[in-house]
Design a protein around this ligand. Structure first.
Ligand code: 523
Length: 130
């Protein structure tokens, strides 16, 4: 079983979302940024590495939020809280980034603009933002 870790980065009461550029099924949809945990890496370290690579930010990963979401037979998606300790997110692999509050997040979910797996965390995320 491999893990993908995603960051619930919250700053000033807003959540960071990143717009996927690939694959075609999810291109244009918004996600909590992250990536695959490599062999020998903790979830927290993997998230810190992925956000540095993809967005040029230094974050400190915290506790898990929500449930693990199965992606395929051998892959599970896990979300960790994360705090920015340096830099401003600038997308290198994503199309764009944005910061949203609970209302905008709910609207995006209702409009089908979130990556399906991430939409499972809607209530967990909305609670953190209110
Ligand atoms: N998800 C997903 N939500 C989410 C992330 C970060 C990832 O549903 N918030 C899915 C999308 C892919 C798989 O997890 O099916 C791997 O994510 P990806 O592509 O962001 O991870 P990478 O960059 O480590 O993997 P490669 O594209 O294989 O390099």
């Amino acid at each position: 079983m491999r893990e993908v870790v995603a960051g619930a980065v919250i700053s000033n009461g807003l959540l960071l979302l990143a717009q996927r550029s690939y694959p075609p099924e999810v291109a244009g949809l918004w996600e909590l940024p992250g990536g695959k945990v490599e062999e020998g890496e903790t979830r927290a370290r993997a998230l810190e590495r992925e956000l540095a690579e993809e967005l040029g930010v230094d974050v400190v990963a915290g506790e898990q939020i929500g449930v693990g979401v199965p992606l395929k037979a051998d892959l599970v998606l896990v979300a960790l809280l994360a705090t920015v300790v340096g830099g401003n997110p600038e997308p290198t692999e994503h199309t764009a980034v944005r910061w949203v509050g609970a209302g905008a997040l709910r609207q995006m979910a209702a409009d089908g603009e979130l990556v399906p797996a991430d939409a499972v965390w809607l209530e967990d995320l909305a609670e953190l933002l209110t």
